[in-house]
Design a protein around this ligand. Structure first.
Ligand code: UGA
Length: 439
C-alpha cells in the first residue's frame, strides 16, 4: 500500500521492549524507546543492553549508528514522535495473588494518553488477562485530548529469551487483534518487512489476540508438565523417561520440542501466565475449563522438591553440613534471568536445610547474588566443586554439559551427581566413577 511508514515508539525497554525497539530500527523504522527508568535509558542510549541476550549488544550498536533509534524517559516526546505506540511493559504476578499486576500497563497508557496529538494507534504487546484491551481502550480514549482519534490494538509477543532477535525478525506468526480496518492497515505497515518474509498473519478481535498468548504459554507449560508427570510414573516403575520421551517425539503429532523431562519450567512468563490465566478464567466463571493448569503448576513444583530429595538421598538423608555445588542459577541457559528460576529455588531449599551451597552460573551470578545474598557463589564449576559432597546440575548451560567427569572427579570429596536436566551422558559419568542420578 502507499500508506506512509509509521514512526514507532516502544514503551517499556525490558527484554521484550528493548529487543522490539532495536529490531524495528534495524528493519528501517524510526523508533523511540521510552522507559521510566533513567538508568536503563542512559545505558541503551550509550549502546549498553541492561540484560543478557546473545547478539543484542551488536544489534543495538548497529541501530544506534543508523540514527533511527534513541531512548527517552519523556512521554511528551513519545506522544509527539509516534504514529504507532507499542506497550511492552511487564505484567508480573501480584504479591499474594495469582492475578497479573496491571499497574505498569495502566500507568504507561495513562502517561501517554494526554500527550497524543494526532490519529494514533496504541498496540499492546504485554501478556495480559483477557478483557484488559477493552478496558485500556476506554481508558486511553477518555484521557486523550478532545478530538484526538486514538485506537487500541493487541499484538501478542512470542519471543523466547536467548532467541529474542530471531523470534522478533522471523516470528512463527504475527497476531493482530484489531477493531477496525484502519488499525489492521497501520499494523501491517508497522510490520511490513516481517510480513514480506511470508510470516503468517492472523487477524482477530482484541480478546482473541489476548487469549492466543496465554493459550500458547499454557500449552507449552502443559507439555513440559506432561512429560514430567510421566517421569514420576517412570521413577516408580524403574522405567526411563528419556527413552519414553524420545519414542513419543517421533510422532509428529506430538513432536519432541518442550518434551524434555527434568526440573521443569520457570522464568518470568510460563509460571505466572498459567496462574494468571487460571485466576482470570475463575473470574469469568469458566475456571473448570482450565482447572488442569493448577495441576500443571503442581507437577512443575514437585520437580523442584524431587530434586532436593535426590540430593538428600545421596548424602544419606541429612543435608545439614553437606557441601553442595549447584550448577546453574538462570531459569534456562543463555539467559541471566532468575525470575522464578527452578535452579535457585532448589539451591535455596538445600541451603535452608543446612547444606553449604555454592552456586555457579555463566551469566546470572550477579542477579542471583543481589536477590539471594545468603547463598555462596563460585566463579567456575571446577573451582566451586572443590570438596563437594554432591554436584547438582540445575541449568543446562553448554559449559556444564561439557564438563569432563574425570577432571571434576579429581576435586570433589564424593563423586555424586544429580542431573536435574538430563543434560549429561550417564554412561560417561558412571565410567568416571560417579554415582549418577537424574529425575
Ligand atoms: C516463553 C515462551 O516459550 C515464549 O514463546 C513466550 O513468548 C515467552 O515465554 C513469554 O511469555 O514472554 P521463555 O520464558 O523465554 O519463553 O523461555 P522458554 O524457552 O519457553 O523456557 C521456559 C522454561 O521451560 C525454562 O525454565 C526451561 O528450562 C523450561 N523447559 C523448556 C523445560 O523444562 N523443558 C522443556 O522441554 C522446555
Amino acid at each position: 500500500s502507499d500508506a506512509p511508514v509509521p514512526r514507532l515508539t516502544v514503551i517499556g525497554t525490558g527484554y521484550l521492549g528493548a529487543t522490539h525497539a532495536i529490531c524495528m530500527a534495524v528493519l528501517g523504522y524510526e523508533v523511540l524507546g521510552v522507559d521510566v527508568d533513567p538508568v536503563k535509558v542512559e545505558w541503551l542510549n550509550s549502546g549498553r543492553v541492561p540484560f543478557f541476550e546473545p547478539g543484542l549488544p551488536e544489534l543495538l550498536a548497529k541501530a544506534l549508528d543508523s540514527g533511527r533509534l534513541r531512548f527517552t524517559t519523556n512521554f511528551a516526546e513519545a506522544g509527539d514522535f509516534g504514529d504507532v505506540h507499542f506497550l511492552c511493559v511487564g505484567t508480573p504476578q501480584q504479591k499474594g495473588s495469582d492475578a497479573a499486576d496491571l499497574r505498569y500497563v495502566d500507568s504507561a497508557v495513562t502517561e501517554l494518553a494526554g500527550h497524543l496529538r494526532r490519529r494514533t494507534l496504541v498496540v499492546g504487546k504485554s501478556t495480559v488477562p483477557v478483557g484488559t484491551a477493552a478496558r485500556l481502550t476506554e481508558l486511553v480514549q477518555r484521557l486523550a485530548p478532545a478530538g484526538t482519534d486514538v485506537e487500541l490494538a493487541w499484538n501478542p509477543e512470542f519471543l523466547r529469551e536467548g532467541y529474542a532477535i530471531d523470534d522478533t525478525l522471523r516470528p512463527d506468526r504475527l497476531v493482530f487483534g484489531t477493531e477496525s480496518a484502519w488499525a489492521e492497515e497501520r499494523l501491517r505497515a508497522a510490520f511490513a518487512p516481517v510480513i514480506a518474509r511470508d510470516t503468517p498473519v492472523v487477524v482477530t478481535d482484541l480478546s482473541t489476540a489476548e487469549l492466543v498468548k496465554v493459550a500458547a504459554n499454557s500449552f507449552l507449560a502443559t507439555k513440559i508438565s506432561y512429560i514430567n508427570a510421566m517421569a514420576e510414573v517412570c521413577e516408580a516403575t524403574g522405567a526411563d523417561v528419556t527413552g519414553l520421551a524420545e519414542a513419543l517425539s517421533y510422532d509428529d503429532r506430538i513432536g519432541g520440542r518442550f518434551l524434555k523431562p527434568g526440573l521443569g519450567f520457570g522464568g518470568g512468563c510460563l509460571p505466572k501466565d498459567i496462574r494468571a490465566f487460571s485466576h482470570r478464567a475463575e473470574e469469568l466463571g469458566v475456571g473448570q475449563a482450565v482447572a488442569f493448569l493448577r495441576e500443571v503448576d503442581a507437577i512443575n513444583k514437585r520437580r523442584r522438591a524431587r530434586t532436593v530429595d535426590l540430593v538428600r538421598e545421596l548424602v544419606g538423608g541429612n543435608l545439614a553440613g553437606a557441601r553442595i555445588t549447584a550448577l546453574g542459577a538462570a531459569f534456562k541457559p543463555n539467559s541471566d534471568d532468575i525470575r522464578d528460576a527452578p535452579a535457585l529455588d532448589v539451591a535455596r531449599t538445600l541451603h535452608q536445610a543446612g547444606a553449604h551451597v555454592t552456586v555457579v552460573d555463566p551469566a546470572a551470578t550477579e542477579n542471583a547474588r543481589r536477590t539471594f545474598p545468603e547463598l555462596t557463589y563460585g566463579s567456575d564449576a571446577l573451582t566451586a566443586a572443590a570438596g563437594a559432597d554432591v554436584v547438582v546440575l540445575l541449568t543446562e548451560w553448554t559449559q556444564f554439559r561439557e564438563i569432563d567427569p574425570h577432571a571434576m572427579a579429581a576435586v570433589v570429596s564424593h563423586r555424586r551427581i544429580v542431573d536435574g536436566r538430563h543434560a549429561l551422558n550417564p554412561a560417561q559419568w558412571r565410567a568416571a566413577g560417579w554415582e549418577y542420578r537424574a529425575l
